[in-house]
Design a protein around this ligand. Structure first.
Ligand code: ACO
Length: 431
């Protein structure tokens, strides 16, 4: 972050305040208001943080107008095509692409941490059978804070490293077990001879009664889904992890907070909500009715999988995901999948409608991901857990960056208070 020679001038009641301007390596300049309350006695107001940079970071950059997403400078489409998830994890975590030896070492460390402490099985068993897998994940990941005491001292760099590896490694096991529990099948233990995505698929779909062969096409598609969701700078769940961690809290508990935030339909829950919407539409002839509802101000219905807080152009991940959906469905011999047909026609009609183009509402990453996951055999309730597995690396990388930042402070926003002013307590018999 370099301080610009320019300063923003803010005038309040005839008094002028100079606010330093910082220039990022790429992206809009940032006005530094940290001393504003101290000097001018005012707060700024920005619910939803639409104009607020909450931290400085070197991990991910998004240009929402261009529809560009870079991880450590590398564009997401190149990473999705040429790289794979664990290499992207290394890149996000350590800042550079690994050498072959570094990658081998990293993959081996992740692979050797995939098993859960056996007593954690009791946590799964404590849930009702019909619990949503995200509810189980929030609980079980939070419970990790009670199991891995040798990796919770956040002031120790080595312990931070071990906690990071544990989270990347164990998250697929936790997500797959949440699924197995919900369908009443035995838990399948991870296998060290399989790659990350294949291991996850096997833990979801294998049963002890017969052998399970991972389809390499599905494994590649799952790896690409993981890669496309790996990080997205200061989104709601990542900011939740940063805020929770800013108090120095246990890392596993902080990641559980991120999972809780991701669950919401405006964030990670959108892929489940999107597929449910496509199914509800059912046939292309009903699309105009749903588009009309999405445009109706008095109807809370929104086109799920459309729109994004940052992208005011195509979400670059959606393009790769659409291509992936075509490939997977063709290879599985279900290219005439009715949900995919509805999705394609809906995209076409929405993009031809001024309401969506004027408001810059384009398909986001979740518009097509659910179709692929469904074709793989996962129920809608597992879509957001897959997102949580992917985003864990983003949460951890941002958490590690924050903890190592000498400027780190506890996050403590202020407010525009609109409540009662001072008043005296009224005894109950007088109310
Ligand atoms: N369908 C219909 N109208 C929409 C949609 C949509 N999907 N999204 C936004 N709008 C409209 C709003 O009604 C609003 O209209 P107005 O200005 O006339 O009031 C305008 O577009 C701006 O919408 P906001 O909600 O203010 O935009 P915001 O940036 O806060 O919301 C969000 C972004 C939450 C993603 C929103 O577009 C949405 O709800 N989309 C559907 C859910 C979804 O797909 N979420 C996934 C996000 S990607 C991810 O988490 C990986």
């Amino acid at each position: 972050m370099s301080e610009n020679k320019r300063a923003a001038k803010l005038e309040i009641d005839g008094k002028t305040y100079d606010l330093p301007i910082f220039s990022p390596t790429v992206g809009p300049d940032v006005v530094d208001i940290r001393k504003l309350y101290g000097t001018a006695g005012v707060f700024t107001y920005d619910p939803g943080f639409t104009s607020t940079a909450s931290c400085d970071s070197t991990i991910t950059f998004i240009d929402g107008d261009k529809g560009e997403l870079l991880h450590r400078g590398y564009p997401i489409d190149q990473l999705a095509e040429k790289s794979h998830f664990l290499e992207v994890c290394y890149l996000l975590l350590y800042g550079e692409l690994p050498s072959p030896a570094e990658l081998e070492d990293f993959e081996s460390r992740v692979t050797n941490h995939t098993m859960l402490h056996e007593q954690m099985v009791y946590f799964f068993r404590g849930f009702r059978r019909d619990a949503h897998p995200m509810a189980i994940m929030v609980g079980v990941v939070g419970a990790m804070s009670a199991f891995y005491h040798d990796s919770t001292d956040i002031s120790d760099e080595w312990q931070r490293e071990v906690a990071s590896i544990r989270l990347i490694a164990k998250m697929p096991t936790i997500a797959a077990w949440a699924y197995k529990y919900s369908i009443g099948q035995p838990f399948v233990y991870p296998r060290n001879d399989l790659d990350y995505a294949s291991n996850f698929l096997r833990m979801c779909f294998a049963v002890p009664a017969e052998d399970y062969e991972v389809n390499p096409i599905l494994s590649r598609a799952m790896d690409r889904i993981f890669t496309l969701h790996a990080d997205h700078e200061q989104n709601a769940s990542t900011s939740t992890v940063r805020l929770a961690s800013s108090s120095g809290a246990n890392p596993f508990a902080c990641i559980a907070a991120g999972i809780a935030c991701l669950w919401g339909p405006a964030h990670g829950g959108a892929n489940q909500a999107c597929l449910e919407m496509l199914r509800e539409i059912g046939t292309p002839d009903r699309i105009p009715e749903f588009i009309a509802r999405a445009k109706d101000k008095d109807d809370p219905f929104r086109l799920m999988g459309f729109g994004h807080r940052v992208y005011k152009n195509f979400d670059p991940r959606a393009k790769v995901m659409k291509q992936s959906a075509d490939e997977v469905l063709e290879l599985l011999g279900v290219e005439n999948n009715p949900t995919l047909q509805v999705a394609k026609e809906l995209e076409k009609q929405a993009l031809a409608d001024d309401y969506f183009t004027d408001k810059k509402l384009f398909p986001n990453v979740d518009f097509y991901s659910g179709i692929i996951l469904e074709a793989m055999g996962l129920p809608t309730s597992m879509f957001t857990p897959v997102f949580a597995v992917s985003r864990t690396i983003g949460w951890i990388s941002q958490w590690k960056e924050m903890i190592s930042d000498p400027q780190m402070k506890i996050g403590r926003p202020r407010q525009l208070y609109q409540g009662e002013t001072l008043r005296d307590y009224v005894d109950i018999e007088k109310r």
